[in-house]
Design a protein around this ligand. Structure first.
Ligand code: DGT
Ligand code: MG
Length: 600
């Protein structure tokens, strides 16, 4: 578990749900009250049936013709049917209210959770897999909705019906009521045991579902690699394993339920038997009459059904418990990198002075430090290059500037102020970043370029596409700027994606532009075009370019050479060539010239 994620359960699930029902609480309470009311009204039919039977009996006993009791008979009948219609109407509106509140709670929670996930830092994304987060946003949240709409309603349903019937039974005849209800404590014990047994099963089941979704998601997004290596069969088997494991967990959960179900069902079926035995005896000894017996037998389902239902409710509740834990974990999580309460508001542009002061950094769970005592200074408007062997920490270094990660030691400053002191959005709005792994959205090319500033005019979009040498290939596309690029930019070449990503970074007119290996996949001519455009930008901008090619670094104001997480060389192309170190060696390698001729 990530340190910056608070453990769930600080609030009980009930308080948590209640908090999230804000705005709909009154409706929910009314729905619960109405649930009690319509369950009490279930007694109407048996009550009036008893009354009608009494009428017949009395008529038979006294020898009065039934026609004389017709009014009373009809009144009882009308009341029975009329009140039943009222009850059905209440049930209808109550169900609507549960659905309404549950859907609104789900909607609110889903937005809240999405917002939480959006604002998390990189450590969070390293911790949670996409498939798992998707499960939380879909299946888990639906279990929460189901709890509001069905589980809680069913508890109230069962409880109200059971209690109302029990009271009615006691009023009619306490001894027979006691006989019938004598088995309920035993039933509760069974349900309690089932609750413990099923909790763990549902937890496992939920994790298996998350695993299944993660496998499917990773496989679908990585389909090109699967195809390239012709690993379809292998992936099919892998998915099949997850699927089997999920199906087995499902079976296991059901088996637990099926183990307890016959016991619960037996208890429920014992009730009519007890009624038959005890009720029969009580009629014989004159303790109760036939009308009472009729009412008892017409209502015996009203105690039997809640008993049956309780097992089912418990099963669903455990599903909710497992899911809500996952939802609440994200709900209560806190991003480690946030703006300070007293953060400096900086809506204007930065001048662009960047300083690293003894900066060290290591990834969570990583064994070695990735950045070691980095000191550097980049003047406003300068174009600097960072070069170094793969894995030496270049990307990690530039990720300190927009605060994707914070240093362990040392300070990163922009315009003389610690980046931690800026409002996070102000800081990031000022930085245009073209990341090493280009990710484009399933949107038009224009939409992708204008991603950071949706108010951008079409002319401006074209201007930035020209700057990044993308104009030509976009024009050649059948729909031009309206061409929809697939998920992650499917349909474009690596170099084309890089150029759109560069246009996107430029389009926000950043005061600091960071290009992480952004021209690695473009040809030399295009690279020159981009280099020229970058030197002619119509806004002030400090540029940091991570590159592997000398052709890119050569024209920069300054070059920082990294090795093993440190800056090992620093200077202009000329100075570094003269030094005869790592950079000079690189020049010799890339140009095919002798090192001697480079160092002069
Ligand atoms: P490149 O892009 O291949 O030229 O390499 P650099 O110089 O951009 O390397 P960088 O900063 O991505 O990685 C430096 C080291 O940090 C390397 O050993 C891999 C490790 N590393 C990078 N990203 C992560 C991460 O998210 N988590 C962990 N634990 N380690 C990471
Ligand atoms: Mg990198």
């Amino acid at each position: 578990m990530d340190d910056n994620v608070k453990t769930p359960g600080k609030k009980s699930w009930m308080r948590w749900l209640w908090g999230n029902m804000q705005g709909h609480r009154v409706m929910y309470v009314i729905a619960i009250l109405m649930t009690v009311v319509y369950n009490i009204m279930q007694l109407i039919v048996p009550y009036f049936s008893g009354e009608i039977v009494s009428l017949f009996q009395e008529a038979a006993r006294t020898g009065t013709p039934l026609s004389e009791k017709l009014d009373e008979f009809i009144l009882n009948l009308v009341l029975m049917v009329g009140l039943t219609l009222v009850r059905i109407t209440i049930v209808y509106f109550t169900c609507m209210a549960y659905e309404y509140v549950s859907q609104h709670t789900l909607y609110k929670l889903r937005n809240f959770l999405f917002d939480k996930i959006e604002h998390q830092d990189m450590n969070f994304y390293n911790e949670y897999r996409t498939g798992d987060l998707m499960t939380r946003l879909t299946g888990d949240l639906d279990a929460v909705r189901h709890n509001v709409a069905w589980v809680i309603k069913s508890v109230v349903d069962s409880f109200a019906l059971f209690v109302a019937t029990a009271i009615y039974f006691f009023i009619m005849d306490w001894l027979l009521a006691l006989c019938i209800l004598s088995i309920t404590p035993l039933l509760f014990l069974v349900i309690l045991k089932f609750k413990h047994a099923s909790a763990e099963k549902h937890r496992i089941l939920r994790d298996k579902l998350s695993g299944l979704n993660t496998d499917a998601q990773e496989n679908i997004s990585g389909n090109r690699v699967v195809k390239a290596f012709a690993r379809e069969e292998y992936e099919k088997e892998k998915f099949n394993r997850s699927n089997t494991s999920y199906a087995e967990a499902n079976m296991d959960t059901q088996r637990t339920w099926l183990k307890y179900f016959p016991v619960i069902e037996t208890f429920a079926n014992l009730l009519p038997v007890i009624l038959l035995l005890a009720g029969g005896l009580f009629i014989i000894n004159g303790r109760i009459g036939i009308p009472e017996y009729v009412s008892f037998s017409m209502l015996i389902w009203a105690v039997a059904n809640p008993m049956r239902q309780l097992g089912n409710i418990m099963n669903e509740f455990q599903r909710f418990a497992a899911a809500s834990k996952k939802v609440m974990e994200i709900y209560n999580s806190q991003a480690g990198i946030v703006s300070k309460p007293d953060a400096v508001k900086h809506p204007d542009r930065f001048k662009g002075l960047i300083e690293f002061d003894h900066v060290s950094f290591g990834y969570e769970g990583g064994s070695v430090p990735v950045l070691r005592d980095i000191n550097l200074k980049i003047e406003p408007g300068q174009t600097v290059a960072i070069i170094g062997e793969t894995g030496c920490g270049k990307t990690s270094l530039i990720h300190m500037i927009p605060r994707f990660y914070d240093p362990e030691n040392g300070i990163v400053k922009i315009d003389g102020i610690d980046v931690k002191d800026y409002e996070l959005t102000d800081l990031r709005h000022n930085i245009g970043l073209a990341t090493q792994d280009v990710l484009l959205y399933s949107d038009t090319i224009e939409g992708n370029i204008a991603y950071g500033d949706s108010s951008l005019s079409q002319d401006e979009v074209v201007k930035y596409a020209k700057y990044s040498a993308a104009q030509e290939f976009i024009d050649k596309m059948p729909e031009g700027y309206d061409t929809i690029v697939g998920e992650r930019g499917v349909g474009l070449s690596g170099g084309q994606k890089q150029r759109i990503s560069l246009a996107r970074a430029l389009a926000i007119k950043p005061s600091i532009l960071i290009l992480d290996d952004t021209t690695s996949a473009v040809d030399m001519e295009t690279e020159k075009h981009i280099r020229d455009s970058l030197s002619e930008l119509d806004f002030n901008c400090t540029k940091i370019i991570i590159a592997q090619r000398i052709s890119t670094t050569k024209y920069c104001d300054k070059i920082f050479v990294m090795g093993g997480g440190r800056i090992i060389e620093e200077g202009t192309h000329k100075e570094l060539c003269a030094k005869g170190g790592y950079y000079a060696n690189l020049v010799s390698l890339q140009t095919g010239l002798e090192l001697r001729s480079i160092t002069g």
